[in-house]
Design a protein around this ligand. Structure first.
Ligand code: GLA
Length: 384
């Protein structure tokens, strides 16, 4: 009997140390695993790297600094896996990063005009870190924070739950914001992101994932041959400083019409004011005018050479499509790769830019007692 108990305890210890979900006897998780490793230290706190794998060769790496996806390996049509997101090798590079590679942007992703908004009778002033506007939460947004992390296992998925409490007044925003972001890798080759947040004072919230994708492989060249469909017949045109005018304009007859899939490069050089402001594609597309209950298809991207396909499903009303126009040439990336202008694209599911100053846009106001939530799924497959 003692022998059996000893074996049982040894097995429990092995499962705890290994973190291999496949050993827990959960049949829905066969071949899936989570491992945790040290990634570095900052501000006296240790940062961990979580590696999630499924049985189909998909592997996601996440750090609890910035809630960043540092690597995402997906098989091509011949089964060869490659990393398809831009990233760095070290924590120091993520700390220095100003391109938001792979992070969660918040408390308010995207721009707020002149770094100002009013709620009730109070006016709030935020950092103007993208002159003349506020961008992605300010000088030290959620992409520069150390999050608490715990491993998640459920039938058919393994993941990491990240939590961060943003103090009342942090970066100028009112209210203590308890934020939770759960990344899960599913056995259906999805990277699912569930977000939620609660506040103790009226505030604004807009969270998104800022991954730069290149389905041919990060560092393999530009993304102009990727074929993109966006399920939006309208977008929010902006002025020169990328702040929406408030208009909801049709994509029809413009280079922003992605309702039928077309190569990203086909119209990127078109003579159109919206393309000149962002130096390429950098627009918010309108999926709907209120958040949905369950994720719906927002975009589909395919890359002809590798056969990789990515679908984006979301509950969010908008999606910012950005073609890495501000990436400098010769940027040092991970695994000895170099990234240049337009070598990654972002599909950032979110509310519309500058919503706190735009009464006609879906609201981003969160009040105490209510819960902000959104779900976005990046689903991978191959074709051809
Ligand atoms: C978002 C914005 C872009 C740019 C990047 C970060 O995608 O829309 O204009 O600021 O973030 O470089």
């Amino acid at each position: 009997m003692r022998g059996h108990i000893g074996t049982f305890i040894a097995a429990l210890v092995a499962v705890a140390l290994c973190g291999c979900a496949g050993l827990t006897g959960n049949a829905g998780n066969t071949g899936m695993s989570i491992t945790k490793a040290a990634y570095g230290t900052t501000e006296g706190e240790e940062v961990a790297l979580y590696t999630l794998k499924n049985a189909n060769g998909v592997e996601v790496q996440i750090i609890n600094y910035g809630a960043i996806v540092t690597s995402l390996k997906v098989p091509d049509r011949s089964g060869k896996s490659d990393n398809i997101v831009l990233g760095y090798d070290t924590l120091e590079e993520y700390i220095a990063d100003d391109a938001y590679l792979g992070c969660i942007a918040g408390r308010y992703a995207n721009r707020i005009a002149n770094g100002r908004f009013t709620l009730g009778s109070s006016e709030y002033t935020l950092a103007v870190n993208n002159p003349p506007n506020h961008l992605h939460g300010g000088k030290a947004g959620f992409n520069k924070k150390i999050w608490d992390a715990e491993e998640v296992r459920r039938s058919g998925a393994v993941g990491v739950r990240l939590t961060f409490t943003s103090a009342d007044g942090e970066e100028g925003y009112p209210g203590t914001l308890d934020t939770e972001v759960t990344y899960e890798l599913t056995k259906e080759n999805e990277l699912r992101i569930d977000y939620s947040a609660e506040t103790d004072k009226q505030t604004v919230v807009n969270l998104t994932h800022h991954g730069y994708f290149n389905l041919a492989g990060a560092g393999s060249g530009d993304i102009l041959k990727h074929e993109l469909m966006i399920a939006a017949d309208r977008y929010t045109p902006t002025g020169e400083s990328m702040i929406p005018t408030g208009e909801l304009a049709p994509v029809e007859g413009t280079p922003l019409d992605f309702r039928e899939a077309k190569p990203i490069g086909r119209d990127i050089g078109a003579d159109h004011p919206q393309l000149s402001y962002g130096k390429g594609f950098d627009q918010n597309f309108i999926l709907k005018l209120a958040p949905g209950k369950s994720p719906e298809l927002a975009a589909r991207v395919s890359e002809p050479a590798s056969g990789r396909v990515m679908e984006v499903l979301t509950t969010e009303p908008g999606i910012q499509f950005y073609t890495g126009n501000f990436l400098p040439n010769g940027k040092k990336g991970r695994d000895g790769k170099t990234y240049n202008h337009r070598t990654g694209f972002c599909l950032e599911a979110q509310h519309f830019p500058d919503s706190p100053n735009q009464p006609g846009f879906p609201t981003t106001v969160l009040i105490p007692g209510r819960k902000y939530s959104q779900t976005t799924t990046y689903r991978f497959s191959t074709e051809g």
